[in-house]
Ligand binder design. Sequence first.
Ligand code: NAD
Length: 433
Amino acid sequence: MTTPEQSVRDEEQDTTDDHPEESALETARRQLYSAAEQLDVDPNIVERLKHPKQVHEVTVPIRRDDGTVEVYTGYRAQHDSVRGPHKGGLRYHPDVTRDECIGLGMWMTWKCAVMDLPFGGAKGGIAVNPKDLSEGEKERLTRRFAEELRDVIGPNRDIPAPDMGTDPQTMSWLMDAYSMQEGETTPGVVTGKPPIVGGSEGRDEAPGRSVAIIAREAATYYEKDLENTTVAIQGFGSVGSNAARLLDSWGAKVVAVSDVNGGIYDGNGLDTHSIPSHHEQPEGVMGHDAEAKVSNDELLELDVDILIPAAIGNVLTEENAGDVQADIVIEGANGPTTTAASEILADRDIPVVPDILANAGGVTVSYFEWLQDINRRAWSLERVNAELEEEMLSAWEAVREEHDARGVSWRDAAYIVALSRVADAHESRGLWP
Ligand code: NAD
């Protein structure tokens, strides 16, 4: 379960918050079987995809500030690389386990495939609470972890990114440690770096931008004119505020937004640009003048055209799914809808466009960052946004086709698109030797 404290700038984050009753690995396998059932996939390929290609477990010793030595356990699970190098976040969190990394790595395979990025999935991390470490300890931990993983990561092998408890600074240290040992500056070994060392313009905004693009396309699909579309957004952080402001500037009426303390409402539409985002002023939403206040629970049940949960996981549950009055749900956060809620919403004919597609702008701009790094040429913000728009539209179109052709949910359609791409690549390459 993601807490606000754990919340991260993470373009490659998992979606496991969705099913607290299952482990990440069980959920990932369940999604694999469910998509495979709808497709004519060779069972031998499904068998291969059930398992990670490799899992690396390393010990990471560091000297603490008090002079003692502490040893942590780190992992990197590489799921599948049939379509290209592995890609996925590195998290610093006490609950990191081998199986969690395998499950989340599998997810990254689907997320990259639904976006048609030339990457396979991976996930890793260290079982540690980063809040217990000083800045210097975090740096030493990261540098040692980079060294332990050096043989298995690299711009053509496996490209980590920030996740829970890690950030652009962590990526900068990792890139430096790797580069120092390799003897050459290698920015493409990680994404999510600060732009000064090869990070991309537009990356921070990208997940929110992709959520807005997908919300706009879904509105059109359901024959809603964006000018008359009302939107409620839970969470006014990186994802929520960027999505809100873009939809607002495209003419939609954002009637409610919230942060951890609650939300504000204006039936005529809020001026989202004047409401401070989490980054600009944490917990500043409630201090903004508005027609009315709403609780986070009430926000989820507002009668709007589009509801975007963009804060934390598991907010649409068995308890409240029956009271959701929105016409469309776009998942901005990772795993905001539990399995039980998904079933209730499906029974009530309320479409839910999944996180794996809607917030994939982050990993997509990570791909752009990698391209910029290996070509040693930075792109303008305009180019990043134009190419992101193109990638999102093409992923939306692929998912829409499956949704329409098979009459399945948007979530199933997204997994079908992903699995068919991965399975076709396996089919084409065959099994070596
Ligand atoms: P953030 O930390 O920038 O902002 C989170 C916002 O949610 C804040 O406004 C906070 O006050 C609010 N919030 C926290 N707890 C809440 C609660 N219980 N109820 C209502 N609001 C609450 O986080 P973010 O980066 O925008 O991420 C939001 C979600 O999107 C998370 O699920 C994250 O995993 C997912 N996500 C983020 C990115 C990214 O790159 N930022 C990418 C993909 C997915």
